[in-house]
Write a protein that binds this ligand. Structure first.
Ligand code: ATP
Ligand code: MG
Length: 633
């Protein structure tokens, strides 16, 4: 660990020199005068006075050395379409798109809302925005009209960039009607809508004076050369809303220079990708992982990025590994949720293709339980690295740094504090730093490193209030996650602080009990919540999805299975962690980014209203929980 420790130590104690070196990984138009201005805590300004541009770093700068190399490979198992763009072609497309936006009067500082499926035009639009110094707000395609409307009103975009439809599992999801409805609902509607017509929605109707067809507009600008708008490092690049797992999504504002440097550095120290190689991130451009590691990170680093539109199990559950084989992917990034989907399928799909090009599989987004981590790494025979971050941070907060030192991996741990993060585990009430093996709140002593959110869009006060006031006497950034560090310095995330279960004075993270339940070999997925109890304060209640549903088809089967789960938990955690009940459901309620909505499960289990469900993916999960609880079986 010595090399890692020294690297991390330097990033904190010799901060300016450390980040000055990292900043050399990107191109600056004018050099910065000062590495950090932290005169107004917690607002950090990185690389003060430097001017740069994300699009220049992701695209233009590569024309010199790698114009003919693939930049973007688009694969759609939804439409059967594949398209490939070299850096030269990507540059041309981005310029066309920027020219289209410029013709509509878009200038630096204007907001553009991008509501798009996973198609190359979505990437062109993001890059075109930042090229012009406009601020994009990408909203996950498929969000309902009122979710879209609330994000429109928050960002007040001048223009909305969308498509006729998305596709999921072979079924079209028409966007246009949703967009029209959202614009009707919004108090600050955009003046223009640019629409990419994929030919999916047969009766698409454009509104004269407001809607423009992208193909038609693009055709006017085939040879366009739109100069890059140089931005001061702290000027915003984009707004992105958090997933809304715990409540109302927050509009994270990101800067320009700090973000570019953070991503460039992470490509080397964390992901170990090499320019010219391919990276495959299975997220969606609507999430932070998509922003950082489908679009900006790999491109800034001169890698080929893979944009995949489709499900992990269609046409069959080997599709991802087929892509890895075909494009010699060296770095892959996915989520535990997606791996648990694959885990319900035949393991043989994982060995059908040659994945020897793959150096690492990175996962993030939710706790990665040990059985799932073992299953995927044994099946693939590739190192699987869990790492932990948030929309707010933009890149990993806890991670191993294989580019710095090949520290041994521990299943269930996302590693250690990434460079730049001065992580402290603080006791939730006293705010004192806790020792090894003690559960506490994961916090970061500010300033937050480059790449992290600079504020909540338009609400500086909310930024301070939300993130920096959890402890009376300590000015720290709180992650709202509950964690622990072992004797070797490895961190473990135990769940969200809101979800901590208090059983007769014992504080248990949801993850601890979920991990124990997952130890039963017929459990595919589980959510545990704390339910009010008159005597114990709270008791854990489990909702589990089984692999072999025939075992829970009858009341006797369910009761036998429940007992087995109790035994497994008793052995792993002791009776204090034993759920009061284990309900078997066909699916769990999740956000559209695949995170379990524990707060809604808990509300239903306590007979309350499930609360804000605007980020819910499929109402089926909520109904399942509801009927399990009300039938008591
Ligand atoms: P909201 O903040 O709106 O409630 P959210 O927290 O789900 O939504 P994201 O920023 O997408 O929004 O998710 C970050 C959270 O995901 C983390 O705070 C943590 O709870 C969880 N998470 C991410 N990566 C990991 C990981 N590797 N292990 C455990 N938990 C993780
Ligand atoms: Mg959050």
């Amino acid at each position: 660990m010595a090399t890692y420790r020294e690297f991390h130590r330097r990033s904190i104690t010799d901060r300016d020199a450390f980040w000055r070196e990292q900043a050399a990984a990107i191109e600056w138009h004018e050099p910065f005068r000062q590495v950090l201005d932290y005169s107004r805590p917690p607002f950090a300004r990185w690389f003060v006075g430097g001017t740069t541009n994300l699009c220049h770093n992701a695209v233009d700068r590569h024309l010199k050395d790698r114009a003919g190399q693939n930049a973007l490979i688009y694969i759609s198992t939804e439409t059967g379409q594949d398209r490939t763009y070299t850096f030269r072609e990507l540059h041309a497309e981005v310029n066309r798109c920027a020219a289209v936006l410029r013709e509509q009067g878009i200038v630096k500082g204007d907001r553009i809302l991008i509501y798009m499926p996973m198609v190359p035009e979505a990437v062109f639009a993001m890059l075109a925005c930042v090229r012009l110094g406009a601020i994009h707000s990408v909203v996950f395609g498929g969000f309902a009209a009122h979710s879209l409307a609330s994000r429109i009103d928050d960002a007040k975009p001048k223009l909305l960039f969308t498509a006729d439809a998305g596709m999921r599992g072979g079924k079209p999801i028409p966007y246009k009607g949703l967009v029209d409805e959202a614009i009707k609902l919004a108090a600050h509607p955009p003046q223009k809508v640019i629409l990419v017509n994929r030919g999916i929605d047969g009766d698409l109707k454009l509104i004269a004076g407001r809607d423009l067809d992208y193909a038609h507009e693009r055709a006017k600008h085939m040879d366009a050369q739109v100069p890059v708008t140089w931005l001061e490092s702290s000027e915003p690049s984009y707004i992105l809303y958090t997933s809304g797992t715990t409540g109302k999504p927050k509009g994270v504002q990101r800067d320009t220079g700090g973000y570019a440097v953070a991503l460039a550095a992470s490509m080397k120290h964390i992901y170990c990708g090499k320019p010219g190689e391919a990276m495959f991130t299975t997220s969606d451009i609507g999430w932070v992982v998509g922003h950082s590691y489908i679009v900006y990170g790999p491109l800034i680093h001169g890698m080929t990025t893979i944009l995949y539109e489709g499900l992990p199990i269609r046409p069959d559950p080997a599709i991802w590994w087929k892509i890895v084989e075909q494009h010699k992917v060296s770095v892959m990034f996915s989520s535990p949720t997606a791996i648990r989907v694959l885990k319900k399928q035949d393991q043989a799909y994982l060995t059908r293709h040659d994945v020897s090009s793959l150096r690492y599989l990175f996962l993030a987004g939710e706790p990665l339980d040990e059985p799932t981590a073992r299953w995927i790494s044994d099946s693939l025979k590739v190192p699987v690295l869990d790492h932990y971050w948030q929309t707010e941070t933009g890149w990993a907060l806890l991670s191993s740094l294989p580019g710095i030192e090949a520290t041994p991996l521990k299943f269930g741990s996302p590693g250690f504090p990434a460079y730049g993060y001065d992580v402290k585990l603080l006791h939730e009430t006293t705010g004192e730093e806790v020792g090894a093996n003690e559960k506490a709140v994961v916090t970061v002593v500010p300033p937050l490193p480059p790449g992290c959110m600079t504020t909540v869009w338009g609400q500086d006060e909310r930024f301070v209030q939300t993130y920096f006031t959890s402890f009376k006497d300590k000015f720290v950034y709180t992650t709202f996650d509950w964690g622990i560090r072992d004797d070797d310095g490895y961190y473990f995330i135990l769940g969200r602080t809101d979800d901590v279960i208090n059983v007769a004075g014992h504080r248990l993270g949801t993850r601890e009990i979920e991990e124990a339940v997952s130890g039963h070999n017929n459990i595919a997925e589980v959510a545990v919540v704390g339910v009010h109890d008159a005597i114990k304060g709270q008791v854990p209640m489990a909702f589990a999805v089984v692999k072999d549903a025939s075992r829970v088809a009858t009341a006797e089967g369910r009761s036998a299975m429940e007992k087995e789960v109790f035994d497994v938990v008793d052995t792993a955690l002791g009776p204090v962690g034993r759920p009061s009940r284990v309900f078997f459901v066909a699916q769990l309620p999740k956000t559209r980014s695949g995170k379990v909505l524990r707060r809604s499960i808990q509300a239903i289990a306590e007979g309350r209203d499930p609360g804000d469900l605007t980020t819910l993916d499929d109402p089926g999960g909520i109904e399942q929980v509801h009927s399990a609880v009300t039938s008591g079986d």
